[in-house]
Design a protein around this ligand. Sequence first.
Ligand code: ZN
Length: 74
Amino acid sequence: MHIVILTSAYKESIFSFLKGLNIENCRNCKREIEANVKKCPYCGILNPTIKIKDVWIGIAVVLGFMSFYMLFFK
Ligand SMILES: [Zn+2]
């Protein structure tokens, strides 16, 4: 049962990832910048669009791959 929940979390994380490849606000100066830039062109901070939410998406992707592996080799 928990495998089904993890698989749906994986699908949602992929969807969020694809949606995120556009414009976001810098976490420091709040200006609009490309979501995948390494450095903010306005204030110069590194990884300006990395948020706690993105860390959780990364964890969800890892759990998703684990659940896929378990389903495949059961
Ligand atoms: Zn900035």
